[in-house]
Design a protein around this ligand. Structure first.
Ligand code: BGC
Length: 759
């Protein structure tokens, strides 16, 4: 076999072509090849616990059962609602400890795709509809894994926002929403946390499969963001191995048992694939394997599963969102009469979603057992419905009788496992019909009913939420969720979760509704940047519960909002938060920024730019500081092919949700100077708005003579005429007989505009 060498590739130089090729595909379902000096790397799903194939579930990749128990922590849908990055980091460190214990070097997660549609079947694996919140929580998970010596695989890169036709569909996205919404969390995490690996998505982006997408994998990920890890394919995502390698995909997963390795060898020998591209992938894989082999920090002890279960409970508590609580129905009072717990989901909870992320929990707390333990009095239980959806009159009537005979009811409703999974999207947001009937009958029999929801993707709560005084969103909470719910319902823990996604009134209100999930192999992201609350708020839709919403058992007041700029250009927002109620609790202060008013780009009223949490005893106040960079205010300009901060007066607002803005202050920001040259095709408006071109043009106008000057001055001072002309290219205006800048002087003006330094 010929040796292909290249001076800058020490590992590749030591390997034969065949060895190099074999290194760039898996040795098995979840392990890479050990070749020469490069050791094998073992991987496991992810993301909210380990999915470890063992003897009982040894059916290979298609066997989604995992035989080896591992702690099932709250999936991303729940963790996202904690808005607590420190918690996400702690959970990830615990997952890393279990990974190390099982010889796993890399956990396949976190999943940081944006929730574009509430129907996406895999929304339970993703954090939020907002890129900043996603980046903060996903970034914390990468940190937690990697500081514990276990690599992260940031997935699914990118724009994997639906399950329908996921292996073929092309997400067709304009550059601005692509950068601002769908790539933003990837960019932030890659730059800040340096993940060991990124997993390319199944789908295509604007026609090019992600696994073969040179622009994404090489130009943007590596060159722009400085990524130094490996790109691995999602399992089975590679169609053309040679095209993938030359685009920047280092590792095809899982193994193809040598079939595509031979294609790589042939492609190098025929010159179709540059050996330098293969060598570069080999070097990156060598670094990846080196990180895996040397990652384990000293002093990592054995895993304490009891401790991890306790963490799973504590984490779950912080993920529960109290959506509504009238008449102080919650917290439940153990001394206040009898309680009926209704709903099969109280006895048979769903703690996670289905698909590749499914963990076999080490144990499972059920809400029913936990409520029985906490209640202190007898608890009446009725299942009320069957999880397979089969109508059951007897169960219904029994539940109604229990409700009528009790002082208070806690009714567990939600989506059965078969309704949501990796691999398919839902086609509606409704709860099963039998559960809606039960809800109606139970609330008729006993209006003192608190509803607890279990679901991985949002469900429609309108109009029935009007009928219930208390509503708790319990998502899928992992193995400690049962105890966590009982503690929150009884007030042993204060609810502190906040919605990381909007609950719309109707599916039709979702901004992507008209173009989801696409057709004929394409899904057009027609709503642009107006995803989730950005779209609902811009259109002024009423929503059931807005992004960022969540109550607790006390209330908070905000005051003294001020914004300042540090010498380094960081924007610092300060405010004082006071607990104005009678119980202790946690507030999540959200900082939104809107504007500027005369913006040249379409914007939502407000976008989340930062947040902070504060725990306060009743009557206590604390100053809260949230910072963000001026660059965080940038929009992506397709014309400039770069991020661009518009100058002007922005509004910095502190809120308890995107719809509950408590106070705001203005912030004047100097804009970036356009790098684009002004030309004759630039409009009068663009010339006038330009810091160099504007004054030059006005000067040229002033130098114009007599009637012409009057005409031009008139045009600029008459507001209607000015708007009329603002959209015209200067070269068109220059042709007008009265133009103070004749066509002949235009080139000179453009030259001077390009030469003059900006102020
Ligand atoms: C999923 C990935 C997962 C992989 C390995 C794929 O089907 O999309 O998220 O990590 O399988 O199980």
């Amino acid at each position: 076999m010929t040796q292909h060498t290249s001076p800058s590739h020490p590992t590749a130089d030591a390997l034969t072509l065949t060895e190099k090729a074999s290194l760039t595909s898996g040795a098995g379902d979840f392990v890479t090849e050990a070749v020469g000096p490069v050791p094998a790397v073992s991987m496991s799903d992810g993301p909210h616990g380990l999915r470890l194939p063992g003897e009982a579930g040894d059916g290979g990749q298609l066997d989604l059962r995992s035989a080896v128990p591992a702690t099932c922590f709250p999936p991303a849908v729940a963790l996202g609602s904690s808005w607590n990055a420190a918690l996400a980091e702690e959970v990830a460190a615990a997952i890393a400890a279990e990974a190390r214990d099982n010889g796993v070097h890399v956990v396949l997660g976190p999943g940081i795709n944006i929730k574009r549609s509430p129907l996406c079947g895999r929304n339970f694996e993703y954090f939020s509809e907002d890129p900043l919140l996603t980046a903060e929580l996903g970034g914390a998970m990468v940190r937690g894994l990697q500081r514990s010596g276990v690599g992260a695989a940031l997935k699914h890169f990118a724009a994997n926002n639906q399950e329908t036709d996921r292996m073929r569909v092309s997400a067709d996205i304009d550059e601005r929403p692509l950068r601002e919404i769908y790539l933003r969390a990837f960019e932030r995490i890659v730059r800040r946390e340096r993940p060991w690996s990124v997993m390319s998505a199944y789908n295509a982006l604007n026609g090019t499969p992600l696994s073969e997408n040179r622009r994404l994998l090489t130009d943007i990920l590596r060159r722009e963001w400085g990524f130094d890890g490996i790109v691995m394919s999602d399992w089975g995502a590679v169609r053309d191995r040679v095209a993938a390698l030359s685009a920047g995909l280092d590792l095809q997963m899982p193994s193809t048992r040598g079939r595509t390795d031979a294609e790589v060898v042939r492609a190098v020998e025929s010159g179709e694939l540059a050996v330098e591209d293969l060598d570069a992938a080999v070097e990156r894989l060598a670094l990846f394997a080196h990180r895996a082999a040397t990652g384990v920090p000293a002093g990592s002890g054995p895993v304490d599963h009891e401790e991890h279960h306790a963490l799973a409970r504590r984490a779950a508590e912080q993920c529960i969102v109290l959506l509504k609580n009238e008449q102080d129905l919650l917290p439940l009072d153990p001394g206040a009469g009898s309680l009926a717990v209704i709903g099969e989901l109280a006895r048979t909870p769903r703690c996670q979603g289905a698909g590749s992320s499914q963990v076999t929990p080490t144990r499972l707390d059920t809400p029913l057992d936990a409520l029985r333990k906490t209640a202190g009095a007898a608890v009446e239980y009725a299942p009320g419905y069957r999880l397979d959806g089969t109508p059951d009159e007897e169960l219904l009537e029994q539940a109604v009788r229990s409700a009528a005979a009790s002082d208070t009811v806690v009714l567990f409703l939600g989506l059965p496992a078969q309704d949501e999974s990796e691999g398919f999207d839902r086609d509606h947001l409704d709860l099963p019909a039998a559960q809606l009937t039960l809800l109606e009958r139970v609330t008729e029999a006993n209006p003192r009913t608190a509803v607890v929801l279990s679901n991985g993707g949002v469900v429609r709560t309108a109009p029935w939420h009007e009928r219930v005084p208390a509503l708790v969103e319990g998502w899928l909470l992992g193995q400690g969720g049962g105890t966590a719910l009982a503690r929150v319902l009884y007030g042993h823990a204060a609810p502190s979760g906040r919605l990381a996604e909007t609950i719309p009134l109707r599916l039709e209100d979702a901004p992507c509704h008209l173009s989801f999930p696409g057709e004929a192999g394409h899904v057009r992201y027609g709503e642009g940047v107006f995803v989730g609350y950005r779209g609902h708020d811009r259109r002024g839709n009423d929503v059931a519960f807005p992004f960022g919403h969540g109550l607790t058992y006390t209330t908070f007041a905000y005051g003294d909002l001020a914004v300042a700029r540090t010498p380094e250009g960081v924007i610092e927002v300060r405010l004082t938060v006071t607990n104005t109620g009678r119980r202790s609790g946690r507030e999540t202060v959200q900082i939104y920024v809107g504007g500027p008013d005369d913006s040249h780009v379409a914007r939502p009223p407000y976008e989340l730019r930062g947040f902070a949490q504060v725990d306060l005893e009743p009557g206590r106040s604390q100053e809260v500081t949230v910072t963000f960079d001026r660059d965080d205010l940038a929009c992506y300009s397709e014309r400039e092919a770069s991020w661009f901060v518009e100058g002007g007066v922005y509004t910095v607002a502190a809120g308890a949700s995107s719809r509950d803005i408590r106070c705001s202050v203005p912030l004047t920001v100097d804009g970036d100077v356009s790098a684009a040259r002004l030309t004759g095709r630039s409009t009068l408006g663009e010339w006038l708005a330009h810091p160099v071109g504007g004054p030059l043009l006005l000067e040229a106008f002033a130098r114009g003579r007599g009637r012409q000057t009057d005409g031009a001055t008139g045009a600029l001072t008459d507001p209607v005429l000015r708007r009329f002309l603002a959209g015209m290219p200067l070269e068109v205006i220059a042709e007008f007989p009265q133009s103070p800048v004749p066509l002949a002087q235009l080139d000179d003006l453009c030259e001077r505009a390009a030469r003059t330094p900006s102020p």
